[in-house]
Design a protein around this ligand. Structure first.
Ligand SMILES: [Zn+2]
Length: 168
């Protein structure tokens, strides 16, 4: 089993935090990514998604996983299991420092997540003035609005992500 950390960063303007709508371990927050087969290296064309609130039984075992998927090319089956309490919010300070922070970790058997996408209007953005923007869609890779409280623009741009392999 290999653990992958989803790491994200962005460029921000007057943003305090970027986070999933329901908090770090939001059961309904969707993670979209493509899946690479650990056996033959084939990468799926279509994105898969996982969320903490949804588990499926692993065939021929008593275990459960958030994703059980068979490679279309070689037929090998693999699983991905999310690890709660493994991430943290992305803060404005992180972004200013150009730092990638872990949002979620995934235990993977036989396949690995690649090409994460920030899909869905499921993000919450808190500005430096404390204004909260809910159900923000970051799928375009950027976002901009106006904070009426402090009369200042606020924005997110150049969203970036990667999956880091955790050596154990
Ligand atoms: Zn394969």
């Amino acid at each position: 089993m290999v653990t992958f950390n989803l790491m994200i960063t962005a460029e921000v303007e007057n943003v305090s935090t970027i986070q999933p709508m329901g908090g770090l371990d939001d059961p309904n927050f969707l993670y979209y990514f493509k899946v690479k087969c650990g056996n033959c290296g084939e990468v799926t064309e279509k994105e898969s998604y996982v969320m903490l609130g949804e588990v499926v039984p692993i065939p021929k075992s008593r275990g459960q996983a958030n994703l059980v998927q068979k490679c279309k090319f070689c037929g090998r089956e693999g699983t991905i299991t999310m690890i709660p309490k493994s991430g943290r919010y992305l803060t404005g300070d992180d972004c200013e420092a150009g730092k990638f922070v872990p949002l979620m970790s995934f235990d993977c058997r036989g396949l690995e997540p690649v090409d994460y996408s920030f899909g869905g209007d499921q993000w919450k953005i808190v500005t430096t003035a404390g204004t909260v923007f809910e159900n923000v869609d970051l799928s375009d890779g950027d976002w901009a609005d106006y904070d009426e409280k402090k009369k200042m623009p606020t924005s997110v741009s150049n969203l970036q992500s990667r999956f880091d392999v955790m050596k154990t």
